[in-house]
Structure formats: structure tokens, C-alpha cells
Design a protein around this ligand. Structure first.
Ligand SMILES: *Cc1c(COP(=O)(O)O)cnc(C)c1O
Length: 444
């Protein structure tokens, strides 16, 4: 429920005069290292619309980077968070606890894959959740090495920078990075040298061989992977890859961690993307979509692993803030009531249908991929050489922005247009957004 009309409206240049003025103020006081995809300043947001301070209404294909899956002002999130805000804002769960935190942990135990006993710890950001997953896995295994994958993204703190694959903009100049982090190949079907059909088997064999020969499986605490890689380009590991890696972890006493921070909570048309191939992770990290826009993150997993760190070893002042927990309970309520998994699958159907038709007209589209409302197109200068078309990708995004459609780019080569609409977006807005993308291709 939102007061914002679910209609695109462009009444000024984008960004408009008020946004330009605010951008000038911002430039003198906000650190330059903090960027913005599109410097239009937000006045209100909800459903599939972001309204800016100049009165423009943009169609939202970004969800604040896969966060506002239930919309940016979902009724249940606003209701529950407001009620909590009026009761108390904070006590620190490590000082005097409260029920909301426990309720979120109960929901996580129920919703995450596997019917084993599960426990959770709550944090503020995705990076913090990933860091804690590493702490927990090291405490449990008494080993140190951590294995991650090409094109992986896990955050911007020191340890998670080390876990992240891409140098610019995430790591450049920010080293030295944390030790005992090892990167191995992922089954990137579109760019796998012997073809997508071989990628699952070959990449998993290569990854396992590297782990065994270069690190020694007995030294590995955790293997961390995004079941559908986000910032790296919406790469779906080819079929067979995830189960093979999960099996290898199990056989060798390694904690298998699914980083579902971007792909979790209905985004891919299932509660968690790892369900697609029936993989049951030992630990799962969540954030982004979990709380309807409030800052919350979690590590959830096998009770005996989660209980390995000593009392007092995990936590943080704000981790599992009561208002954020109330927001999460509101978001989960919305996901259930509106069956947002079904909505995400419908968004996939509409998007892939339209994008497939576009690919027949525009040779620039090399690959269409993703699941649910986590869909991307990879753009190439030439379908044979697959040379990444980064400049065209940036130009397309810019053209969409000018028409009032917010889209994001991603990918190791900067040549992926990604679409992450709120799952509650109306189908008319979804189609209008796709019309704008089509016109942007025509105008290139
Ligand atoms: C965004 C993201 C993170 C980092 O989350 P923050 O809340 O920005 O710290 C980690 N892993 C994945 C897969 C992400 O998409």
C-alpha cells in the first residue's frame, strides 16, 4: 500500500534542477568515494516507483540493489517498524534482549533450506554477516583457509574485500588484504572456454583440484559462494557446479557457506537461490531483501556450527536492532501474503520473453540470464569473440535514466545490465520499463 501513484512521470530533465542543487551541496560535504548511480534525490518511494524532489516518478528496476523487494514503503514494514520505534529504539541485544530478534531467528530457521536444527546471529550489513560466517567456520573447524570464487562479491570491509574478486572499484589502493583467502574458478557458462554444457563439470573439477593441490582440503575452514553471483554479473553457476562443490565440502569437513545476501528472500522466485539445485548450505548469509529497507543481516546455519564460538565472541552494538527486526517481520509477512516467489517467477517470464525478442533484433545482447526478478543481459561487441561492450552498456543505462527508468549495471567487465525490480511492481510498469530499454537499444 503506497500513496505514490504507480505511474512514470518525467517533468524535468533528469536530474532536475532541485536534484542538481542538492548534488552541488553534496559534492562539498560528502566524500567523493561514495558514488551514486543516478544523482536524483529521492522524495518518496514505494511499489515500483521512486519519486524525486523535482516531482519526476522513475520506474524502479533496482530496488536499492535488491533490497526493497516488498517495495520501499511496504505497509507491514512501516506498520511494524513504526510501532517498534514508539516502544523502544535500542537496548542492545547483548545487554537486555527483546522478542523481535528471537522471532527473526525463528523465521530464518523455518525459511532457510534443510530440516536440521538451526540457529542465527543478527548483524547490520551483509559484509558483517560474511565476516561472522568466517569467524564461525574457523571456530568450528579450527582451520584458517577460506575459498571463494572468480567474479564473487562479498563486501567492502577488509576481510570481505579480500573475498571479493574485482579490483576496481572495490579494492584498488585499499590493501593489504586479509590472508588465507584463496580464489578458484566458477562455472560461468557463457564464457566457459569449452562451452556452457561442460562448465559445471569442468569448473567444479578445476576448483576442487586447486583446493586440494594448492591449499589442502584439511586446511579449509569455509567455502563461500553466491548461488547466483550478483555484482560479478548475475552469473548462474552452470548446473552441477554447486552440488559438486557442496559435496566436496561435506566430504572434507569444510563449512559450505551460501552468500544469499543478494539472491535470497524471494528474489529468484524461491526463498533462497540454492534451493534450485537442492543444495543445503551449512551456513547461509542474508541481508539486503530481509527487512524491507531497514539495515539487518544474518548468519543462519547448523546449530552445532553456529554454537562453536565462545559466549561473547559474536555480536555488535546494533546487531539485530529492534526496529530492523520489526521491519524484517513485516517484510516476511508481505512475502508470504502476496506470494512474492510467484511474483518473482512471473517477472522472469515477462522479462525473459521481452528480452529474448530484443536479442533477435539487437546483436549487442550476447546472453540473457538470471532467475526470478534477478535478470540480466550481457552485452558484447561481437557474438563470436564475446568482447565486452562496456561503453554501450553505460550508454544504455544513461538513456534509460533520461527516460525515467532506473537500471543498474554490473559485471567483472562492466558490460551487464541488471534488472532487480521490486517484486511488488505492477505488470504495466514492468512492461513500460522494458519498452524504454527497447527504445534505448534502438537509439544507440
Ligand atoms: C551486497 C552484498 C554483500 C555486502 O552487503 P553490504 O550490506 O553492502 O555489506 C555481500 N554479499 C553479496 C552477495 C552482496 O550482494
Amino acid at each position: 500500500m503506497t500513496a505514490i501513484p504507480q505511474e512514470r512521470r518525467v517533468v524535468t530533465a533528469i536530474p532536475g534542477p532541485k536534484s542538481v542543487e542538492l548534488q552541488a551541496r553534496r559534492a562539498s560535504v560528502v566524500a567523493a568515494g561514495v558514488g551514486s548511480v543516478l544523482p536524483v534525490f529521492t522524495a518518496r518511494a514505494g511499489g515500483g516507483i521512486i519519486e524525486d524532489v523535482d516531482g519526476n516518478r522513475l520506474i524502479d528496476f533496482g530496488s536499492g540493489i535488491a533490497v526493497t523487494s516488498v517495495g520501499a514503503s511496504a505497509e507491514a514494514v512501516v506498520r511494524r517498524a513504526s510501532a517498534q520505534l514508539a516502544e523502544f529504539t535500542h537496548t542492545c541485544f547483548m545487554v537486555t534482549p527483546y522478542e523481535g530478534y528471537v522471532e527473526v531467528a525463528e523465521a530464518l530457521a523455518e525459511l532457510t533450506p534443510g530440516d536440521h536444527a538451526k540457529k542465527s546471529a543478527l548483524f547490520n550489513s551483509g559484509a558483517e554477516a560474511v565476516e561472522n560466517a568466517v569467524k564461525i567456520a574457523r571456530a568450528y573447524t579450527k582451520r584458517q583457509a577460506v575459498v571463494v570464487f572468480d567474479h564473487g562479491y562479498h563486501g567492502r570491509t577488509n576481510l570481505t574485500m579480500a573475498l571479493t574478486s574485482k579490483n576496481m572499484p572495490y579494492k584498488q589502493g585499499f590493501g593489504p588484504f586479509a590472508p588465507e583467502v584463496y580464489r578458484v574458478p566458477v562455472a560461468y557458462g557463457y564464457r566457459w572456454p569449452t562451452g556452457a554444457e561442460n562448465a559445471g563439470a569442468e569448473a567444479s573439477a578445476q576448483a576442487i583440484d586447486q583446493i586440494s593441490k594448492q591449499i589442502g582440503a584439511e586446511n579449509v575452514a569455509a567455502i563461500i559462494i553466491e548461488p547466483l553471483l550478483g555484482e560479478g554479473g548475475f552469473i548462474e553457476p552452470a548446473k552441477g557446479f554447486l552440488p559438486a562443490i557442496a559435496r566436496f565440502a561435506k566430504d572434507n569437513g569444510i563449512v559450505f557457506v551460501a552468500d544469499e545476501i543478494q539472491s535470497g528472500f524471494c528474489r529468484t522466485g524461491q526463498w533462497f537461490a540454492c534451493e534450485d539445485e537442492g543444495v543445503v548450505p551449512d551456513l547461509i548469509t542474508t541481508a539486503k531483501g530481509i527487512a524491507g529497507g531497514l539495515p539487518l543481516a544474518a548468519v543462519t546455519g547448523r546449530a552445532e556450527i553456529m554454537d562453536a564460538p565462545h559466549a561473547g565472541g559474536l555480536g555488535g552494538t546494533y546487531g539485530g536492532n529492534p526496529v530492523a527486526c520489526a521491519g524484517a517481520l513485516g517484510a516476511i509477512e508481505t512475502m508470504r501474503e502476496l506470494d512474492l516467489n510467484a511474483r518473482a517467477r512471473r517477472i522472469e517470464e515477462v522479462m525473459k520473453g521481452r528480452l529474448t525478442a530484443m536479442a533477435e533484433k539487437f546483436d549487442l545482447i550476447g546472453d540473457i540470464r538470471g532467475r526470478g526478478a534477478m535478470i540480466a543481459i550481457e552485452l558484447v561487441e561481437d557474438r563470436e569473440t564475446k568482447k565486452p561492450a562496456a561503453a554501450a552498456t553505460a550508454a544504455l543505462a544513461k538513456a534509460c535514466h533520461a527516460e525515467g527508468l532506473l537500471v543498474l549495471t554490473c559485471g567483472t567487465y562492466g558490460n551487464v545490465l541488471r534488472f532487480l525490480p521490486p517484486l511488488v511492481i505492477g505488470e504495466d510498469l514492468l512492461n513500460e520499463g522494458l519498452d524504454i530499454i527497447e527504445r534505448a537499444f534502438e537509439g544507440l
